[in-house]
Design a protein around this ligand. Structure first.
Ligand SMILES: *Cc1c(COP(=O)(O)O)cnc(C)c1O
Length: 341
């Protein structure tokens, strides 16, 4: 296979059309066999459930070229399981886990010329998604669905070096208690757009969302989970039923314990105690961990000792270890790496 002629190291994080996508349709209570297709466009009825009532869920993961030249992806079984949880909550059919993993592998293999080479820092982003595709006018679930996977090459997240982020404590809420915050649904992102656009306009990189019930506890940002490090080197992650269970965060906690010998705790984290942490990072597939240098709470600045120039030392170790596992430089825990070719 000959790679596409792309300046991989200078790619941004944007959608670029690739050659193939996976599609399967659900009708009369069953999924069809599914297929790899070339058409990137979707034609659906004007009254489709997704267009009227936002019945859609999605996932995000990446394929990498490892040091020894294999194409792999990272824990796709957890994406399949999370999509199952998301689908059930929005009254959508489940795309079976085994088929999900097989479809991810099939679509990446078809697009292998688009998987960035090892050492470029770029990866192939994989976006599985599902939506209600038939017409719905009274509020109810659709009867027909489409499951698709698109792929697009994305550049190194820390192009031009790591830059710690500045966050603001948002006056908007992300997810209601007992709502949909813990599922990966498009609707959670639609309602976060105003918060992020206004945050950017005010010079902040991201919003820190609090728990809406008491507005005293830290939840997450619009698209990443928090990870804190205490001054005595313990990893702390916020616990709440309305946080999206990040696969990266769960993996980093396991890396902290099993590879770095650190203590790790998932517990409620209060806004008041942020000033006592030594390091702060945001976890997600896109960046693995982005360091946070500063959080601004209505004019009051909380500055982490790791500063605005580099990752904190433990954040860096976590980052290096997990990316080392993903790129095949460090031995992975059993089942974490799915070899595609
Ligand atoms: C996708 C997502 C994350 C990160 O999850 P990963 O599985 O690590 O990519 C965190 N928060 C929200 C709200 C998300 O949608």
């Amino acid at each position: 296979m000959e790679k596409k002629n792309i300046d991989w190291s200078n790619l941004g994080f944007g959608y670029q059309i690739t050659d193939y996508r996976y599609v399967s349709n659900y009708k009369n209570g069953a999924w069809d066999d599914g297929a790899i297709i070339t058409d990137p466009n979707i034609v659906i009825n004007e009254c489709a459930g997704v267009l009227q009532y936002s019945q859609s869920v999605f996932e995000g993961l990446k394929a990498y070229t490892t040091q020894d030249g294999h194409i792999v992806c990272f824990r796709p079984d957890l994406n399949a399981e999370r999509m199952e949880t998301s689908a059930k909550k929005l009254e959508m059919p489940v795309f079976p886990k085994e088929r999900f993993i097989a479809a991810v592998k099939e679509v990446v293999k078809a697009n292998d010329a688009w998987v960035p080479p090892y050492g470029t820092g770029a990866t192939l982003y994989i976006r599985p998604y599902m939506f209600g595709s038939n017409s719905v006018i009274g509020v109810k679930p659709a009867d027909e669905y489409q499951f698709r996977i698109l792929t697009t090459p994305v550049g190194p997240y820390f192009k031009g070096g790591v830059r710690p982020l500045t966050l603001r404590v948002s006056d908007f809420d992300r997810a209601a208690p007992r709502g949909t915050g813990n599922i990966k649904a498009g609707l959670n992102y639609a309602m976060s757009l105003h918060a992020i656009v206004t945050a950017h306009a005010e010079g902040y990189d991201e919003n820190l969302f609090l728990d809406p019930a008491t507005r005293t506890k830290v939840e997450e940002t619009g698209g990443a989970n928090f990870l804190f490090v205490t001054k005595d080197g313990k990893v702390v992650t916020p616990k709440s039923d309305s946080i999206l269970p990040s696969i990266t965060r769960r993996s980093l906690v396991q890396v902290a314990k099993e590879y770095l010998g650190l203590e790790a705790e998932e517990r409620e984290v209060y806004l008041d105690e942020l000033k006592d942490f030594a390091e702060c990072g945001l976890c997600g597939t896109a960046a693995v961990i982005s360091p946070v240098g500063k959080i601004v709470d209505h004019g009051k600045e909380i500055c982490f000792p790791s500063g605005m120039q580099e990752m904190g030392p433990i954040t860096k170790k976590l980052y290096d270890t997990l990316t080392g596992i993903q790129m095949g430089r460090i031995e992975a825990p059993k089942g974490w790496i799915e070899v595609i070719e």
